[in-house]
Design a protein around this ligand. Structure first.
Ligand SMILES: [Mg+2]
Length: 302
């Protein structure tokens, strides 16, 4: 089955053929590795997305973790567990994986297919970086920025949960998130001190970054860029946008927007945490503190 996938992938999978893949790591660079599972009825439901979109989204989510580390993708491997009911969709799933790899400029270097009770796609990605960005580099006095607009993927999930059809823009953002690889490399070159990709929701991921950096992150809710038709709650709590949250002393947002065609928006500041060796998140709305949502449970399974 993998052989037929390789034909569909074309040049992005040109290196596949041996029992294992061999990668060259440039001298002075570090290997950055991440893995991510996408499971039916947890991360997606049949009928909401096409098989191609399910494959794409699974791989894009994994590649987004390389973006969060400002790492250049060098290889993607995936393990597909394929129930009998999905066998006819195998090549569409694989095509979606290949499409995400192509978007991120990442060769597909290996894959495995097994039968099983539930559809799952586990994607492992390898990248290289001279100085990977981490969550722990935010410094007092930094500003907090996000790429793009937030909340559209959560808006699509909310629509599905309530039996509605999502708007095309929200559905598109959920189905085809773009790993911000080139954007991350630019941000790292221009002074970003820490980064995380927004997979669990702005507030939850901002809290992660604050805790890793032992700082206080203050987010001005009024400044958060909202996707089309999205509520503030969806933007703060909703995951799956795969935009980047970064900290930096200063970044040229207009140069960024000109280069990448998406916004880079300052949404807050980094200050000293009230307790040593702890981090904290504060969300302000019209100047008053509001509760920060804890996180996001992806598609709730009833
Ligand atoms: Mg992540």
């Amino acid at each position: 089955m993998i052989r037929s996938f390789v034909e569909g992938w074309g040049d992005i999978a040109a290196g596949i053929g041996d029992d294992a893949a061999v990668l060259e790591i440039p001298a002075g660079e570090k290997l950055v590795v991440s893995t991510d599972a996408s499971v039916e009825n947890v991360h997606f439901r049949r009928g909401d997305l096409s098989a191609d979109e399910i494959g794409y989204r699974a791989a894009a989510a994994a590649l987004s973790d390389l973006a969060a580390m400002a790492s250049q993708p060098r290889g993607l491997l995936f393990a597909l567990v394929l129930p009998a009911a999905w066998r006819g969709d195998a090549s569409a799933l694989a095509n979606g994986v290949g499409r995400a790899a192509r978007v991120a400029g990442c060769p597909v270097i290996g894959g495995n297919v097994s039968s099983g009770a539930e559809l799952s796609i586990t994607t492992t990605v390898l990248g290289v970086a001279r100085s990977p960005l981490t969550r722990s580099g935010a410094r007092v006095g930094d500003r907090v920025f996000v790429t793009g607009a937030l909340g559209a993927a959560a808006d699509a999930v909310d629509a599905w949960k309530h039996g509605r059809i999502p708007t095309p823009s929200s559905r598109g953002k959920f189905a085809n998130p773009v790993p911000r690889i080139a954007e991350a490399l630019w941000l790292a070159r221009h002074g970003a001190t820490a980064a995380i990709d927004i997979s669990d929701g702005l507030a939850a991921d901002a809290r992660q970054l604050a805790q890793a950096s032992f700082v206080k992150l203050t987010i001005e809710a009024d400044a958060v860029p909202l996707g089309e038709g999205v509520t503030l709650e969806q933007a703060l709590a909703g995951g799956d946008d795969y935009e980047l949250l970064v900290t930096a002393r200063e970044l040229d947002a207009s140069a960024f927007a000109k280069l990448f065609g998406i916004a880079l928006t300052q949404i807050g500041m980094v200050s000293e945490a009230s307790r040593r060796n702890e981090g904290e998140l504060e969300v302000l709305h019209h100047g008053a503190q509001i509760p920060a949502p804890r996180g996001y449970d992806h598609l709730a399974v009833k």
